[in-house]
Design a protein around this ligand. Sequence first.
Ligand SMILES: Cc1cc2nc3c(=O)[nH]c(=O)nc-3n(C[C@H](O)[C@H](O)[C@H](O)COP(=O)(O)O)c2cc1C
Length: 312
Amino acid sequence: MTQAGDNNMSKQNEPSAKPQTATQPVVMQVSRAGEQSSNQDLAGGVKGKLRRIMLRPNDSTAKTLLVTFMLCLGCSLLVSAAAVLLRPTQAANAMLDRQRNIVQVAGLLEEGGDVQSAFKNVKSRIVNLDTGEFTDEFNGSDFDQTLAARDPALSTALSKDEDIAGIGRRSRFAEVYLIGSGDNFDKIVLPVHGLGLWSTLYGFVSLQSDLTTIAGLKFYQHAETPGLGGEVDNPVWQGKWSGKLAFDAAGDVAIEVVKGVVDPAGARAAWQVDGLAGATLTSRGVSNLLQFWLDDQGFGTFIENLKQREAS
Ligand SMILES: Cc1cc2nc3c(=O)[nH]c(=O)nc-3n(C[C@H](O)[C@H](O)[C@H](O)COP(=O)(O)O)c2cc1C
């Protein structure tokens, strides 16, 4: 009896493996269920609190703050979503705009013509400005000259004497555009920038295949005063550049914007363009930036290399 009783007692007290394993998931389930219900309680509590605030009169401070917060949250979500969704469209438009400026400065775009079909004969290449040679170090579509100019590894700081364009640093690489087919080109388009009066002007200059005659000059970004320095955008003034000469017989950069009007009978008329009325400082900036970018610090070595290649 005693033995049997002891056995029963010991069986009751003995911790058996089965009940333990059976109990653990139950505990976990219970605790998960507990967590869920406490989350639900919390959410329900927050909802309830928000509902109670919304039921308060309109002049309640808490309701005003809550409505303002929800409005801000909704608006910021909308703006963020629009920014993310529109990013590819913005990039495509920026690319199209750049292409438009390039074909316009090269005189390839007819009135109302299609930019992309005009751009078909344009080949983009990256040039190492120090050697004047093309390089495949960068993919044209990934290269950003403005960013490169800020990167000490990709740019050169200019001394005061060198920096006639007022740009501080010069990227060692630049994206240029060759217009034509195969290795031959009819025109080249070079990016240029430099300080005007109020701002840095960004644009393109196009040269004919003789690499001396200017085909066009166009700025696509600046903040000069409309009606004064902003007249750089005037098509009449832009039209004055076509046919002017960038270099003199010695090969030195000779193009300049004069103060006033060019004397057509003057010895240097072929290298001179009328100044912008009341905007001598912007005009001087344009002269300076062209002299910088067409000379040795800019595309000078590259242009010289191309001339030699054409001659051989
Ligand atoms: C409000 C204001 C805006 C001006 N904007 C320009 C400008 O964008 N480019 C410029 O060269 N001169 C600008 N000027 C004029 C210059 O201060 C300066 O007088 C002029 O460049 C001299 O040119 P001028 O000798 O042809 O008159 C501006 C003047 C004022 C008062």
